[in-house]
Design a binder for this molecule. Sequence first.
Ligand code: G
Ligand code: G
Ligand code: MN
Ligand code: NA
Length: 248
Amino acid sequence: RVLEKELGHALEQGEFQLYYQPVLDLGSDHVTTLEALVRWEHPRLGMVSPDNFIPLAEETGQIIELGTWVLEQACRDASKLGKAYRVAVNVSPIQLRSRSFVSTVCRVLEETSLSADRLELEITETALIEDGQLAFTILRQLRDNGVRIALDDFGTGYSSINYLRQFPFDKIKIDRSLVTGAHLNSESAAFVRMIAALGNALDVSTTAEGVETIRELDLVRQAGCSHVQGYFLSRPVPLANLTPALNL
Ligand code: G
Ligand code: G
Ligand code: MN
Ligand code: NA
């Protein structure tokens, strides 16, 4: 509960920071997307993982303010990058359903002069389970504005193929629980191949997350995934650490 109070101060104190993890397009062999992952540099505790504070921020409602900060920072960063790069931002189900989400996204794009197609929003299935119709309505408004929508963590939780029939996602992100070690597990490999084939048939790109070794890279390439992300390529790092490698 101490963290709850501190979370409020942390925003004012500028204790949050965005790390970025590159996503490689296997077709062009270029990094095309940087996924923003928030970090809390706590004055006493050091780096606090989002796994610890995002659920808390969702409980208290602070996720709205934090999520808006993440969106603003990511779009500011993106507008400084070359046009070849887009940013991906994770959106909490609570944030997605908040009344002002669509207008906040539009305002931030305008204020940062970022073209909408350079912003990708990552939505987890959890956001679609309860009152999916409301979520899909919001997603449709965002997509009509040109923002790209990715279905995150696909293959975990309640993942339903039905979601893919109900909304034209731009990207499916195959959860790392299916990808990491897939070369040692024929069932995981079968699921990765199945999801990649589905993506290809639907003309939806597929990112294999959690690629840690060249074995996994070979497997997901063979499977037909269009993009990869994971420690093999790079861990999430501050933007400045990526700029030399990416010629930014
Ligand atoms: O980085 P990793 O430990 O970096 O992230 C842990 C979890 O926190 C992941 O599920 C990731 O999607 C989530 N996460 C990271 N950054 C954000 C963010 O800005 N907003 C939301 N809603 N979730 C985030
Ligand atoms: O839920 P989401 O997919 O947004 O979460 C991304 C999380 O996955 C972050 O915590 C990020 O640090 C982590 N991650 C990214 N690449 C890898 C990887 O190759 N291996 C592992 N174990 N975690 C990864
Ligand atoms: Mn994600
Ligand atoms: Na994911």
